[in-house]
Design a binder for this molecule. Sequence first.
Ligand code: ADP
Ligand code: MG
Length: 689
Amino acid sequence: MKYTLSEETGVGKSYDSKLMMRLLRYVKPYRHLFALTVVLVMLITATQLARPYMIKVAIDDHINGLHIPMITSQAGEFSIGNEVLTRDKRLRELSSVNEIPLDLQIQLAQVRQIVVYEDAHFLIDGMIANPSSPSKVTIREDGGYIFEGQPGRELLAEEMQQFRNYDIQALTKIALLFLGIIVTGFAMGYLQFYLLQYIGQRVVFDIREQAFTHLQKMSISYFDNNPVGRLVTRITNDTENLNELYTSVLVNLFKDLLMIFGIMGVLLYMDYRLALVAFATVPLMLFITFFYRLKARAVFREIRIQLAKINSNIQESLSGIKVIQAFALQKRKYEEFYQINTAHFKANFQDLILFALFRPSMDFVYALTLALLVWYGGSSVVQGTIQFGVLYAFIHYTEQFFRPIRDLAEKYNVMQSAMVSSERVFQLLDEPEQIPDSTTALVHEQPIAGRIEFKDVCFSYNQKDYVLKNISFTVNPGETVAIVGSTGSGKTTILHLLARFYEASRGSITIDDIDIKELPKAHLRSLLGIVQQDVFLFTGDIQSNIHLNHPDITNEKVREISRYVNADAFIQQLPRGYEEPVTERGSTLSTGQRQLLAFARTLAHEPKILLLDEATANIDSYTEELIQDALPKISHGRTTIIVAHRLSTIQKADRILVIHKGRLVEEGTHEELLGKKNFYYTLYKLQYH
Ligand SMILES: Nc1ncnc2c1ncn2[C@@H]1O[C@H](COP(=O)(O)OP(=O)(O)O)[C@@H](O)[C@H]1O
Ligand SMILES: [Mg+2]
């Protein structure tokens, strides 16, 4: 068994900017939607970044806001006695009035703070390091209190109520805002996901359409070299995979990076020292990710190889099922499959092991980061250099920070396979049309007579071994010429060249003295009626296989022609007649019946020239008779070339061309050639006696 693996093993880069630019070009028709998606992604990231920060504000400014130093001012948040006070967060992390920097322009006499002592609240002039448990308290003789040197007085219950109400209102506002942000984030998330999927699916639709149209134009030699199964995968799986590039790679990569840098920014802004502590594990994380990707790449490659093997093995086993059963090869085939399947399982399992190792490693790094934060951040909170809310926000952000990094590593395989897929799809799209219409190709308006001439035609399928060598012959309008020769002598190839399925390597082929290269391919083929050796039937019914959806061919015409070529009798006997469904390429019909159908199909399209590759398979004598009766009818008035295998066909021909190993060796009528006692005579002896 031969695998063409070269194409399936390509692993490629996980990120290729040229490929990305090309992918972006497909987004162009949807650029407005795409721009909207990008804006949404930025807004969504902003809402996600805002959430921990809002909680930090709630904790530090309001839940723990009571001790924030205040300054007296004209207008402010609280009126206590005959003073109006405003909280000033800039003073929060200072431990005494002496530390107030000059540039804040706050006079020492302006500073006030609430201090708790023995379950009572006091308002002091100035500020102290530990307002919730002042260290040195003296009670004056007049009953006044001194806290660490700052005088204070006890606050009345209704004065305290002012502070409580203020914080509760603020918390309510924050909670509502939080809710608002979550709801907007949710709505934007929905819209963004929808748009992205929509764009991705549209692009896949467009690319698939383009690939299909492109493949329809490819010449037959392209299909000789590219197994159908592989091409099918290109248009189905690979284009679908490509969708991943838009949905997970292109946008999510942007989203993840935005998130990572956003978080780093917010952390540095909140507290650069704690941020550096949080980043301490980043090198370890990078190392693990790098290591994982390195290993995953090799494993992933192995999985792909094995999967490709499984695919081609199954494909071959199923299409060759008749041979397998006939030769009782099931067990051997099973063993072959078992081995490949096991290799695939092992490769997949390795991937799982690797992943099972990667995931906990990342969790470990995450936990390590948390531990560092609790240790350093916790101590700082205790020392009062960091607010508790900041530490809380850091812990929250760290979790958000790890998610995209983990995702990026985990999506690596998806990215890779999507990249490989897109490479392949583009490779297919870039494949040039091998036999393009000449730029000067013209549809010749005047009806053609049908004179065919081959002049010194040489041809090779592989640019090496010549299958046809200096073939020259002429077929006059209306003439019927039979081509005979042993199997593999090049008979079918002659018809292929005339239909321009392949391009002659040398020499010229003309119809009415017009080189067929100067005719548009579609026009050339509309002149020709080709009946191939094994007739291909499409899924549909008998009728549609004759008219092939040609708008000018009516059902009446189909019946009339079928009667004419003797196909009507067997069609009528089918349970649903002309509407009898055709499935599986018409495998329920016999070779002879299919040949008759092909006659009807060809005749219905009224070709000027008929090319017929006679079926070699056994045809029952009754159908054989029907075919022999139909043949002169369909070739009547048309130039006809028949690759003939039956003596009766040959005898009816005006002339016989004998092909031997790619050369035209004899030409003449049946009797003339028999008389020569050479190639034809030998062939005749071998085949018909
Ligand atoms: N698509 C192809 N690619 C490569 N070689 C081909 C192809 N088709 C036919 N051949 C080779 O060309 C030779 C002539 O084939 P063909 O014209 O089909 O012979 P015939 O119809 O006389 O039996 C054979 O040796 C065959 O193996
Ligand atoms: Mg043939």
